[in-house]
Design a protein around this ligand. Structure first.
Ligand code: DX5
Ligand code: ZN
Length: 219
């Protein structure tokens, strides 16, 4: 049976009560912690840096899925490995030598992810797909939580699924941005393996139940 993973995005959490939010995710049916790192250059926003990530890592009891929205991400591969990152995702648009970056992430014992912006065609990943553990298809323009889902994403998921199968790869497909109970099922039917949800989870009156409900939808 297919087990779709749910990764709550901490960007939408209440930072004044971070420990409580992390414990909520620990005790929930969520699978991963999704951490959005923004540098104010690659995307027009700054999120959180190392001291905050260190604190999150200390309390998190589930895998850390780190999404780097930064230029020149190679500079931080070792740092994130030392913080206990399980999946490290860099942006296709931020890497001049993507293949080299992927090898460097794996050499540090992490799974290597590649995120693509809404304008980036999935076919551009054809030549590296066997080296990619996870493709994060951005279903909003990166930089902010709480934006609306871009409908063209379904088409991209289907195209990427075909590329993965044609190459005999085991790459997971992750969807990031605007995920709710309205699009979760259709995304999984199109071929998604991991759903990131920020404001839909943390903005809910009962985040734990929202995660359980999302898990049920994608069973
Ligand atoms: C956007 C981030 C997302 C964001 C998702 O740049 O990569 O992970 O937190 O938030 P929602 O689910 O609110 O769209
Ligand atoms: Zn993200």
């Amino acid at each position: 049976m297919k087990n779709t993973l749910i990764a709550p995005s901490i960007l939408a959490a209440d930072f004044a009560n971070l420990q409580r939010e992390i414990e909520m995710v620990n005790a929930s049916e969520a699978d991963w912690f999704h951490l959005d790192v923004m540098d104010g250059v690659f995307v027009p926003n700054i999120s959180f840096g190392m001291p905050v990530i260190k604190s999150i890592a200390k309390h998190a009891k589930k895998p850390l899925d780190v999404h780097l929205m930064i230029i020149d991400p190679d500079r931080y591969i070792k740092t994130f490995a030392n913080l206990g990152t399980d999946v490290l995702t860099v942006h296709y648009e931020a890497c001049t030598h993507l293949h080299r970056t992927l090898q460097a992430i794996k050499a540090e014992g992490m799974q290597a992810g590649v995120a693509i912006n809404p304008h980036t065609n999935v076919a551009l990943l054809e030549d590296t797909i066997k080296d990619i553990d996870l493709v994060c298809i951005m279903s909003v323009n990166p930089g902010f939580g709480g934006q609306s889902f871009i409908e063209n994403t379904y088409k991209k998921v289907k195209q990427l699924r075909k590329i993965i199968e044609a190459n005999g790869a085991t790459t997971k497909i992750e969807i990031d941005g605007g995920v709710t109970n309205k699009n979760a099922k259709q995304l999984v039917e199109a071929g998604a393996d991991v759903l990131v949800a920020g404001s839909y989870v943390f903005g809910a009156s009962n985040p734990t139940k929202t995660i359980t409900d999302l898990k049920k939808i994608v069973l």
